[in-house]
Write a protein that binds this ligand. Structure first.
Ligand code: SF4
Length: 240
């Protein structure tokens, strides 16, 4: 039986940032937030994007395409974020249309499905890969088993591709320690990751309300940690 071709109209999108300078390095971009995610990260600050379901998507592809036509020559890139965009069957079709319209394509993913990522990489110009936690902490942070290996397999695909990418880790010091973060960063550097970013949990609107109180390290601990991490990568960013 022939496989049914997907159309971008089937993409489930629940929100958009019309202009950003930080979601695709060195590019003016907009971000589309897709609906549905298989993970349950305790610090997730977009828990409304977690459930899957057509009825939850509030932005039609027609509206998105009209917006993109108006932004041709003004925006340089479109970033698909989530939720978890790679699980959307219509994502490849949407990425192809975005490219036809003259934009570069960015993709934010937690690397939950290396198989899907492999299909999508030829259509991506830049990828932001979330590495959620040190390997042994993955279930505790994401609420899901077996995701650490999926993530490592996704990273291996990116390392073997010629698509530019960044790894990033959101940090809440209740979930793992500075030493564990340093070990994780060292592993990523040894694997060949060139760009790494640490993002501090904003402690707002968290899936787990227990994480809504900010926990910080001392100024000296932070200084030492940032210095150690920055020494591991050609490009390192600390985002608060
Ligand atoms: S933070 Fe985690 S649970 Fe929330 S959308 Fe991202 S990957 Fe999914």
């Amino acid at each position: 039986m022939a496989m049914r071709l997907r159309t971008p109209k089937e993409l489930r999108v629940s929100g958009m940032t019309p202009l950003t300078t930080i979601d695709f390095p060195d590019h003016l971009a907009c971000v589309l937030y897709t609906q549905g995610c298989p993970l349950r990260c305790r610090y997730c600050h977009n828990p409304q994007l977690i459930p899957f379901g057509d009825q939850l998507a509030s932005l039609s592809w027609l509206e998105i395409e009209e917006f993109l036509h108006r932004r041709q020559g003004l925006l340089e890139a479109v970033v698909f974020s989530g939720g978890e965009p790679t699980l959307q069957p219509a994502l490849a079709a949407a990425m192809a249309v975005v490219r036809e319209l003259g934009f570069k394509v960015g993709l934010h993913t937690a690397g939950v499905s290396p198989e899907r990522l492999a299909q999508l990489l030829p259509l991506a110009d830049w990828v932001g890969l979330d590495v959620k936690a040190p390997f042994h902490r993955y279930p505790q942070v994401t609420g899901r088993n077996h995701q650490a290996q999926q993530n490592r397999n996704s990273l291996a695909l990116l390392l073997a591709s010629d698509v530019r990418f960044e790894c990033r880790t959101t940090v809440d010091w209740r979930l793992f320690t500075p030493d564990e973060l340093h070990d994780l960063a060292r592993q990523l550097a040894e694997l060949g990751v060139q760009r790494y970013a640490v993002q501090i949990n904003q402690a707002r609107n968290c899936l787990d309300p227990e994480l809504e109180q900010t926990v910080t390290l001392s100024t000296e601990q932070l200084r030492v940690l940032k210095q150690k991490l920055a020494a591991l990568f050609p490009v390192f960013d600390w985002r608060e």
